[in-house]
Design a protein around this ligand. Structure first.
Ligand code: BES
Ligand code: ZN
Length: 613
């Protein structure tokens, strides 16, 4: 037995599944999916086959090619990180069917009740499978080392519609007999008021890129290859369509820089505010937070990032989460190359400056967990959601930028295109990248300490903080605040969220309440529609113990579920000494807000509270 990935039970001596066929019945009343998954293996196999599951009830395992003759199976006791291992015993089988149900606490799924949606009329459910949550939706080899094609039939109430990170095939009435094996049975499958939508993903993808949403979803066309989908509310759809109008432009830039766009369509799905991330690069259908729709540059930047994953991450995938920088470092580099073309060099350099700052701050936060300051790190016994940070993004970016500086942009651009063309639809590790680098740029290891960059802790000495005029100006204004000078209106008139975010981050961690109130009086930061600004300000208010703002903190924690905002606010409340009142407050707010968060966010907040409270 040999594991391929510390986060999966997948055994390297077993064949990988190459195709999965899913039949899914959505029961909104019990927050459950009744499913069947047929896995086709790359070769016939005899002996045990290990699959990942989490909080799934397995009803039966059978051989679909011989009248569903039962196959022996067993379940391990659950592991807190990896979930439950499903072991099936095969004899010369190349396919198996698993009939199962999900549980309401499935870690990938957020079920929103009608009052939790915009329209307040229908429920909505969506997935977030990255990093290791696909196993809570269907049994699979839930490691990015394995790639699989799939098709899926989704059955749900006909007032709703479905989207998937896959090609839409058809919407039709349920057919008797097509789901006989499901525990819900044919009668529920074909009941009055149910509809089926079918999808297919013909390109092999890692399981973490599996995604769907089912709800009252509408769309607007925004480009030849792009629609934006969201809850079917005209105001939401219209503002989303405006925000993402320039997507096709960015796609063309991406193709010029990195080679052909291989996924045919690039649609966007704007989710409710509880979506736990800014964006998720699900192929053909990126998932996005609505908090990014505010008519400034940040929406485009987020889309540039998720679009860049179409090459780095989705075409070339990190083999395990221990090489996550191959996904995020490359994507951050690619995102900034796109931003440089569509928003100008100034903006790109500002983003690099912001990234540099957050890299240094994150290094500080990880000073007791130095392992995770390495690009390539050991995640044995570690939950990837617990060590998620900006390090793979920003240190990875710095590493690639360092190589670019060494060889010059034209050479690096050629190298990148060749790297993508060589490894597309493959899952690779750091050493594979380094071998390819050394082969294609001979002698690079004499100029750059590749081992220090990939295996060393902290920030290597040849990393580089860019000089941005905008950045320098903001930092000096922030320094002046400590001396009692507030920025003048004409100095901030063209500031958007990013500029304010940077300004606030550069203020001392604790300031006088009177100063804070005066700043807010003038610029209304605590009421900003832009969460980057609002949360930056509220964080400062908490660390300055300015209680006037706690009601606003509570309101914010109850209306958004994006972890980028939850993490700093809850942390500011509970970290440090003399925080008894804040801890009680944080616990109460979390108890009241918990239900509205995605399960991944619930776990992350719980971890923050349990560490400090
Ligand atoms: N794939 C990530 C989000 C992610 C990472 C989900 C790890 C689960 C586990 C996505 O591409 C991402 O990086 N999103 C960022 C966008 C930002 C860097 C522009 C986010 O959500 O903040
Ligand atoms: Zn990313």
């Amino acid at each position: 037995m040999a594991l391929v990935d510390p986060h999966s039970f997948t055994d390297s001596t077993h064949p990988f599944a190459t195709h999965i066929s899913l039949t899914l019945y959505f029961d909104f009343a019990s927050l459950t999916i009744h499913g069947s998954a047929v896995l086709n293996l790359s070769t016939q196999h005899t002996g045990s086959l290990h699959l990942d599951t989490r909080s799934l009830t397995i009803h039966s395992v059978s051989d679909p090619s011989s009248d569903d003759a039962p196959l022996p199976f067993s379940l391990s006791s659950p592991d807190p990180i990896r979930g439950t291992q499903l072991t099936v015993t095969l004899s010369n089988h190349s396919a198996l069917r698993i009939v199962y149900s999900t549980s309401p606490s499935s870690s990938a799924l957020q079920w929103l009740s009608p009052p939790q949606t915009f329209n307040k009329t229908y429920p909505l459910v969506y997935t977030q499978c990255h990093a290791i949550h696909a196993r809570s939706v269907f049994p699979c080899q839930d490691t990015p080392a394995a790639r699989v094609c799939y098709n899926a039939r989704l059955n749900f109430p006909r007032q709703l519609s479905a989207v998937m990170a896959a090609r839409h095939v058809e919407r039709r009435a349920p057919i008797a007999g097509e789901a006989a094996e499901l525990v819900c049975g044919d009668s529920m499958w074909c009941a009055e008021g149910r509809v089926v939508e079918e999808f297919t993903m013909e390109q092999p993808v890692p399981s973490y890129l599996f995604a769907f949403a089912v709800g009252e979803i509408g769309f607007r066309e925004v480009g030849p290859r792009t629609r934006v989908y969201a809850e079917s509310v005209p105001a939401v759809l219209d503002s989303a369509a405006r925000e993402f109008a320039a997507t096709e432009d960015m796609m063309r830039q991406g193709e010029r820089l990195f080679g052909p766009y291989e996924w045919e369509r690039f649609d966007l799905l704007v989710l409710p505010p509880s979506f736990p991330y800014g964006g998720m690069e699900n192929p053909r259908m990126v998932f996005l937070t609505p908090t990014v729709i505010k008519g400034d540059a940040s929406g485009a930047q987020l889309v540039a990032h998720e679009l860049a994953h179409s090459w780095t991450g989705n075409l070339i995938t990190n083999k395990t989460n221990e090489h996550f920088w191959l996904n995020e470092g490359f994507t951050t580099y690619a995102e900034r190359r796109i931003v440089e073309v569509v928003q100008g060099e100034d903006r790109a350099v500002l983003n690099i400056g912001i990234g540099w700052r957050s890299l240094k701050e994150t290094m500080e936060k990880f000073k007791d967990r130095l392992e995770f300051t390495k690009l390539k790190n050991n995640q044995e016994g570690v939950d990837p959601d617990d060590v998620y940070s900006k390090i793979p993004y920003e240190k990875g970016f710095q590493f690639l930028w360092r190589i670019e500086r060494q060889v010059g942009r034209p050479v690096f651009d050629e190298f990148l295109k060749k790297y993508i063309a060589t490894f597309k639809f493959k899952s690779i590790d750091t050493d594979t990248f380094l071998d390819f680098l050394k082969t294609n740029i001979p002698g690079i290891e004499k100029d750059i300490d590749l081992t220090l960059w990939t295996e060393g802790v902290g920030i290597p000495p040849d990393a580089y903080e860019p000089v941005s005029i905008l950045y320098t100006k903001i930092v000096s204004l922030a320094n002046e605040f400590s001396l009692g000078r507030m920025p003048r209106e004409d100095e901030v008139s063209d500031w958007h969220g990013q500029e304010w975010e940077l300004y606030l981050e550069n203020l001392p961690k604790s300031v006088e309440a009177s100063q804070l109130l005066a700043l807010d009086e003038r610029y209304r930061l605590s009421e900003s529609k832009d969460y980057e600004v609002k949360v930056g300000f509220l964080q400062l208010a908490i660390s300055s113990k300015c209680k006037d703002y706690y009601p606003e903190v509570e309101k914010t924690l109850k209306e958004v579920g994006r972890m980028k905002y939850l993490r700093p606010l809850y942390t500011a409340l509970v970290q440090g000494t003399g925080k008894e009142e804040e801890k009680v407050f944080a616990k109460r707010v979390f108890a009241e807000a918990r239900e509205s968060y995605h399960p991944i966010a619930q776990n992350v907040v719980e971890a923050i509270l349990s560490k400090h409270v």
